[in-house]
Design a protein around this ligand. Structure first.
Ligand code: PMP
Length: 301
């Protein structure tokens, strides 16, 4: 059966300073965001009408923009107001924000400065990444043959509009009957999943690949490390091999869309006893409580 992916026609999108109905939120075919993936984005959750870890997300956006030498004609404060305006216009209390900044409309050819001024749009909608069952039982994942981008080619730390690297690995996941795949870095160490960071627990210690392993430094990842530290769980940002994953007692993924989801099987090897472990379950509970609290744990960093 063909699926209907049309957005709600009543959706209002913020486009370069104006709230417009989704049917009028159109992108020019000469947009360098479209032609070359020249742009960056942020994905942010709204919980109970509040922008989740707003400061950390806006800082990461500012860093992504700086890395690609793009200046948008809006301050970060103004963009936060715009997110709030879009949220209110769509009556979203719990949902997802997609803020996209592109280099704008330009000539054919990749010259990033032969363009109009950068363009920004904001979508606020609802999201459901995975079925509830996966959060209860865990998800199965595989290691992809597609290697995560070399940091000197296209730094994974930039949340760029170039997701083909991840999509190639996602195709492998889908072919294997999974929804996520582990990507290794060019040295063969574990980097992250296609749209999520990866954690394991071994002998009571929470481990995750360090930023130098070539990952997007997820906001959810940073939060999980903080929540674990608050619980007195030892944490380590380190270098992990695929075999470390096979010998893990617990594993889970983290991301804005996925939140925290247990992993029950990696490359057909059950993780621990094949059920979400106690540290994973504790951190899921802590994450949900934090989302409810409205507190910003990462704002001071
Ligand atoms: N890695 C990749 C490649 C991602 O696309 C994402 C975001 N979906 C993450 C990690 C998780 O980052 P965050 O927790 O900030 O959403």
């Amino acid at each position: 059966m063909e699926q209907d992916f049309c957005p709600n026609p009543n959706l209002k999108v913020w486009l370069d300073g104006r709230l417009v109905p989704v049917a009028e939120a159109n992108i020019n075919v000469f947009s360098h965001g479209l032609l070359y993936g020249d742009g960056v984005f942020e994905g942010i959750r709204i919980y109970h009408g509040r922008i989740f870890e707003c400061t950390a997300h806006m800082k990461r956006l500012a860093n992504s923009l700086k890395a690609i030498r793009m200046e948008v004609p809006w301050s970060m404060g103004r963009l936060v107001e715009a997110i709030e305006q879009t949220r209110k216009a769509n009556g979203v209390e719990n949902g997802y924000v997609r803020l996209v900044a592109t280099r704008g409309v330009g000539t054919l050819g990749i010259h990033p400065f032969r363009t109009t001024s950068p363009s920004v749009f904001i979508i606020v909608a609802t999201i459901q990444m995975y079925d509830e069952e996966m959060y209860e039982k865990g998800m199965k994942i595989v290691t992809a043959a597609t290697v995560r981008n070399h940091p000197n080619a296209m730094a994974p730390r930039i949340k760029s509009l170039n997701y083909l690297n991840n999509i190639m690995a996602k195709l492998e996941a889908i072919d294997a009957g999974c929804l996520e795949a582990v990507m290794l870095n060019p040295e063969g160490f574990v980097a992250e999943c296609t749209g999520d960071n990866l954690f394991i627990v071994r002998l009571g210690k929470l481990q995750t690949p360090a930023p130098h392993c070539g990952i997007l430094e997820g906001i959810t990842r940073r939060l999980i490390l903080k929540l674990a530290q608050r619980r007195g769980i030892p944490t380590e940002e380190t270098t992990l091999t695929r075999h470390d994953l096979y010998f893990a007692d617990e594993a889970f993924i983290s991301g804005t869309g996925a939140e925290v989801c247990p992993v029950c099987e990696i490359d057909k090897r059950p993780v621990g006893d094949g059920k979400p472990g106690p540290i994973t379950r504790q951190l899921i509970e802590d994450f949900r409580a934090h989302a409810k609290s409205g507190e910003e744990l990462l704002a001071g960093e």
